[in-house]
Ligand binder design. Structure first.
Ligand code: SF4
Ligand code: SF4
Length: 483
């Protein structure tokens, strides 16, 4: 793999700023994916979902409440291992696709590529309207870039604060300072990366190209210039190599004559430079596979258009294995898809995906903890009875539990009280879905145990009487060893 050098033809293209628009199969796939991904990004925060009887934002990371909502799913901090599972699954999926098809992530789905492609499209449209060198056009372009960058940042921030209230909050100054900082920083970076730095991020800043070459093998499909067919490149007026003329006919020329017989002839490449001027990273794929190639296939579309124009078959640049690019038909071998590397990544995807699905399906809807207050371990009340205090934290996912009953097992004569509850019985309301309560267990003087005895605190749904949680803890009475 070459190191992404920029050739003279490419330098000519770079002077032109926005790459030429290619048309063809890869451009259509790229346009579809760009529109789809941008649509998902910009629409997602506006989607609504009925949660606990209320209409709320379908996808939101509520940082103060420490909750992530994804439509009907709700994630808490204890679910963080799921994030690890998601990261493993995503990395394996990326490696899997790269091992099979090269850098398709870079070419079609990376945010840098998607936003840069959108900015290229904006530039082309404005150039069409105002002319390439128009000063007014430059101003309109800058304004459009800033606007898109702002909406990108606004939409991102809307994943943390209800987006329907974000704009009024921002205007009135009531939004949290973090919202202003996020929008400011993200607007600036989006503007710089997509409107100015563009492909230089892929060429010089992104670490992914550096180690993705370790994932490629001789069977990986990559964008290749078919050397055997294109060389020697020359202008169209130079006669085509005779052996190439009927190479796609039913009786193809022998492979040896396709590689020899250069004479005063040219190959199929007419050195028009369209593949370079259409390339978003401005590299010349005819120099071989390079770090700068993001695998977008736009040079394939550009070259196929040229082949149509000069009456030659498509595929001078095409997806093939890097090895095959040097070999004429008959000597090329079909890529093998069932290989150790992709199968290994597919296995990791299967295991991590199944583990996540199992963890989500079987996780508890209750998150509760109980802590005995140690200092002092017990309090002696004026009537001589003994009281122990505990801190109970309780949270539940659904909105279906409204009050929770608290009872004690293993301590005869005891009474339970919840500090903030006005309810006639030991219970607390949990309409906030995440509560912290002080629970007090009292025993009369005569029943007080000596030292520490084990007890069980039981939580019950008052509505359905279903048990919710049991805590093995202890009760301290006077006497015995202190904790
Ligand atoms: S577009 Fe095709 S014909 Fe033109 S320079 Fe590139 S490879 Fe050669
Ligand atoms: S060389 Fe072709 S596939 Fe590679 S980045 Fe340029 S246009 Fe895309």
């Amino acid at each position: 793999m070459h190191s992404g050098t920029v050739m003279p033809t490419a330098q000519r293209a770079m002077r032109q700023g926005t790459p030429h628009a290619a048309s063809g199969r890869f451009r259509r796939i790229k346009t579809f994916l760009t529109l789809f991904l941008l649509g998902v990004y910009f629409i997602t925060p506006w989607l609504r979902w009925t949660r606990n009887g209320e209409t709320a934002q379908a996808v939101i990371l509520d940082i103060p409440a420490r909750r992530l909502y994804l439509f009907g799913l709700e994630f808490w901090p204890p679910d963080l291992p799921l994030l690890l599972g998601l990261l493993i699954f995503s990395a394996a999926a990326l490696f899997f696709v790269t091992a099979l098809f090269g850098r398709v992530w870079c070419g079609f789905a990376c945010p840098q590529t998607v936003w840069t492609d959108m900015f290229f499209a904006i530039d082309r449209r404005i150039d069409q309207q105002f002319g390439r060198d128009s000063k007014a056009g430059q101003w309109v372009k800058s304004a459009a870039h800033v606007l898109v960058a702002f909406f990108t940042a606004f939409t991102f921030t809307g994943l943390f604060i209800d987006i329907t209230t974000l704009a009024p909050q921002l205007i009135s100054g009531a939004a949290p300072p973090a919202a202003y900082v996020t929008i400011g920083v993200l607007s600036f970076t989006t503007y710089m990366f997509a409107a100015h730095t563009r492909e230089n991020i892929c060429l010089h800043m992104c670490p992914w190209p550096r180690f993705q070459s370790a994932l490629l093998d001789p069977d990986t499909l990559v964008v290749t210039y078919q050397n055997w067919r294109g060389e020697p490149r020359a202008r169209a007026r130079v006669p085509l190599r005779p052996a190439l003329v009927d190479m796609f006919s039913e009786a193809p020329s022998p492979a040896a004559s396709l590689l020899a017989d250069n004479g005063p002839y040219r190959g199929d490449c007419v050195d028009c430079g369209k593949c370079v001027s259409s390339c978003p990273t401005r590299i010349d794929i005819r120099d071989g596979l390079q770090l700068g190639c993001i695998g977008c296939g736009l040079c394939i579309d550009a070259c196929n258009t040229v082949m149509d124009r000069i009456g030659r078959p498509h595929g001078l640049i095409k997806m093939s294995t890097d090895q095959s690019a040097l070999l004429p038909p008959g000597q090329q071998t079909a890529p093998r898809f069932l290989r150790v590397k992709p199968l290994m990544f597919a296995f990791v995807m299967l295991v991590s995906g199944s583990a996540m699905a199992w963890a989500i399906a079987t996780r508890s809807n209750i998150d509760a903890s109980l802590e005995h207050q140690r200092q002092p371990p017990f309090v002696k009340l004026s009537d001589g009875s003994i009281r122990n205090d505990y801190t109970l934290r309780f949270a539940h996912r659904g909105g279906d539990i409204s009050s929770v009953g608290v009872s004690v097992e293993g301590l005869p004569g005891s009474a339970v009280r919840v500090s903030t509850s006005d309810l006639p019985e030991p219970a607390f309301l949990c309409n906030r879905r995440s509560v912290s309560e002080r629970v007090m267990i009292t025993v009369p003087k005569d029943s007080a145990p000596e030292g520490r005895v084990p007890v069980t605190l039981v939580l019950t749904d008052k509505g359905t009487h279903a048990p919710l949680a049991r805590f093995q803890t202890y009760f301290w009475g006077p006497g015995g060893a202190r904790p």
